[in-house]
Design a protein around this ligand. Sequence first.
Ligand code: ADP
Ligand code: ZN
Length: 517
Amino acid sequence: MEPVQALQKYFGYSAFRHEQGAIINHVLNKKDVLALMPTGGGKSLCYQLPAVMLEGLTIVISPLIALMKDQVDSLNVNGIPAAFFNSSQNPEEQVQLTTKLRNNQIKLLYLAPERLFGNESKMMGFLKTLPVSLIAIDEAHCISHWGHDFRPEYLALAGLKLEFPNIPVIALTATADKLTKKDILEKLNLKDPAVFISSFNRENITYRVVPKRKSFNQLLAFLDERKEESGIIYCLSRKSTESLAADLTAEGFAAAAYHAGLDNALKAKTQEAFLRDDVKIIVATIAFGMGINKSNVRYVVHMDMPKNIEGYYQETGRAGRDGLPSEAMLLYSPGDAIKLKQFAMIADNPEQSQVMLNKLNDMVRYCQLQACRRQFLLKYFEEDSPPNCGSCDYCLTEFKKFDGTLIAQKALSAVARLKERFGYTYVIDFLRGSKNEKIREEHKALKTYGIGADISKTDWLRYIRELTGMGYLYVSDDAYPVLKLTPKSDAVLKGLEKVMLIESQTVEEHQHAEATL
Ligand code: ADP
Ligand code: ZN
């Protein structure tokens, strides 16, 4: 049977999405694969379809029990025999499952990594007696220190290729920057792997970042036009999910809270109710969403700033899986960043803390961005896109612009004179000729010192961010953010390129309008 026929027969779909077809062909040809696909892109099918087509058993490594259960249930509903080993099973159930596996009655076996290599576990020995044809590693970024969700248990997966040298491995993730990608390939010891990267662009999602003022009123204004629609509202703390859900209920919304501290029965009930549309709004911590497959989520709101772009993108990606227009709104307050900084510091691990802090800084940059949000997000995932997407708050606003070439030249030459070694505050103080003691004597002697005294600090900050957004400057990821020139800077400095900047007045009007919604 051809893969497309099997797709139709077992899953009822008529065509492959993204790179699914190519990925599946590689897997069927027993090649190792790394597949990067956005949330909702259809990763599961990339190993589930080969699993039903190949003889023997597919082992799926997955980090979360809840996620496994959903997947196993939905496979069984489709008539595909799948199962998982779980610590809540009693010995009898485990024996039953073992027998089924021996009799070749299971096509997919889901396992948490710690089960596979656990000290007392005889699992590996047992699995090696079975006709394993494929190993799938879901959420593969968990193996990397550079990822946002490092899980030490995943490191043991390095041993898989030794135990099963001839079995193809497919690793899948929705989030991988360059370092994480490299790390996954190395740590898993993949053999001559084919790497598939699908576009991360979610065209039907509109991205907005709004300055957080009176957040509950802002939320009510947003919901006012979306009363009949389903949405997810993310909060940072468990407590605030509960109080916000209560407040929304009092306003007449069908809202429920969800977080990891609730008991399992209640969590399952809430999820069910959301899937059935009895509950329209889930107010949740990031514990909600993994494995949730509701296609008509129309909006995702972040009441607090997320810790990193990866998480944010994954969470917003839960909107609009059906392809219809959907909204992602984030309420941003600089105070959130300060709070999150404390979380990012992991006491005994300075290296890991630095990774988290850098990711947090990227998140702050996104919130403060004066440029197309989609382009920023896609660039984060190393994808090129046009500078104007037409569907983020920045691209949807008509800003009045003026010829800011001279301002740009001043900013860029200040950065150049300061030898690309300072951050925003210093560069701006220098431009404004601040009498501040911080500005070193040697710098006060430079020609550009004080050439921007006519422009306020706030405006300078905005212009520099805008120049950064346009790619004339960039902010390095050193211990603290440092402004640097880019290959595009030169043409501006030489007067070969005109730079249009946004009139500050229109920015204020825009922010005011968004904040009062
Ligand atoms: P991911 O794991 O990448 O977040 P899933 O594997 O959960 O995404 O797939 C997202 C949704 O898309 C699921 O409802 C799945 O059934 C559906 N889907 C996957 N592949 C196809 C396809 N080729 N055609 C139609 N729907 C698909
Ligand atoms: Zn845009």
